[in-house]
Design a protein around this ligand. Structure first.
Ligand code: OGA
Ligand code: MN
Length: 298
């Protein structure tokens, strides 16, 4: 039976039904999923039962898999293999993390609007997040449609941001929540990188606002002015009319396109309830400035 594509939110979210991602996909089903991902940019697959290899095998069909930056957190033993990102509140022994643990501080940064790995020279193309256990309340994930948000900008703003380049760093987003206690290892391996403020989505030809809490300075602009512009754009993309809020069930796999969607985690009682999610992250091909042919100012 062919898969179904049911819009959840007519603009950018669809639920894909009648599919079992633990098994190899028929060619026409893969094609339908690929087309749906280009048309929408958030796909929800319910009732999946995936082990780590099956999760990664599906993700790999979209491109190469990123290595988790948790490999640079050399003070913390990893719970999960490095080709998956541990989006949980659990330590390597499966216990809920401590209130002051560094992994907790790192992950609280996910509660700010962002796009995955824009702090890497080659950022993430797609993320595939799979829910293994969820808290009874809270812990939703919100997604914002950065293509619709771009379309809604004034012509003046479109002209203003055209060709601009922002400097992205994971330390910017963590500094926003007051966390600056990074290891030398992390600083060395995660230098700031340039990304364009506007991207053209290759599969749809549509433009999107490419901004995140990881963005700091805008190159060629006074620091305060650049940061104010980043905040203004973040606030714009996060307007209610562009946002879908996902309430998780165990077995959901949600995938999103980091080139044209922002997301954030919402609050839950992370010192009380386990929330166990794993993310497979597909890398983009090149840096956004290189793709756009924008020269990076020194
Ligand atoms: C992520 C992320 C949000 C959440 O997996 O990249 O930001 O709700 N997750 O856990
Ligand atoms: Mn994220």
């Amino acid at each position: 039976m062919a898969i179904t594509v049911q819009p959840v939110n007519s603009e950018f979210v669809a639920e894909i039904g009648d599919v079992d991602l633990s098994r190899p996909l028929a060619a026409e089903d893969w094609d339908a999923i690929y087309q749906a991902f280009a048309r929408y940019s958030v796909l929800v697959f319910c009732d999946q039962s995936l082990d780590e290899d099956q999760h990664l095998a599906f993700a790999k069909r979209f491109g190469p898999i990123e290595t988790s930056i948790a490999v640079h957190h050399t003070d913390t033993k990893m719970r999960i293999r490095p080709d998956l990102v541990d989006i949980s509140n659990l330590d390597a022994d499966g216990k809920i993390w401590g209130k002051d643990s560094r992994i907790r501080m790192h992950e609280l940064g996910n509660r700010l609007w962002h796009t995955d790995s824009s702090f890497k020279r080659i950022p993430a193309r797609a993320s595939l997040l799979y829910a293994r256990s969820i808290p009874p309340v809270g812990g939703r994930t919100e997604f914002a449609d950065a293509r619709a948000a771009y379309d809604a900008l004034s012509d003046e703003m479109k002209a203003r941001i055209d060709g601009l380049v922002a400097e992205h760093s994971i330390f910017n987003s963590r500094a926003r929540i007051g966390f600056t206690d990074f290891l030398e290892e992390e600083r060395r391996n995660l230098p700031p990188v340039p990304q364009t403020l506007v991207r053209v989505h290759p599969d749809s030809g549509r433009k999107s606002i490419y901004v995140a809490s990881h963005a700091g300075r805008i190159l060629g602009m006074p620091e305060a002015e650049g940061r104010a512009l980043v905040d203004e754009l973040l606030e714009h993309v996060a307007k209610r009319q562009f946002v879908y809020s996902h309430r998780w069930r165990v077995g959901d796999l949600v995938m999103w396109d980091n080139r044209c969607v922002l997301h954030r985690a919402t609050e839950y009682d992370d010192l009380r309830y386990p929330r166990d999610m794993l993310r497979a992250t597909v890398s983009d091909e090149i840096n956004s400035c290189e793709r756009a042919g924008v020269a990076v100012p020194a």
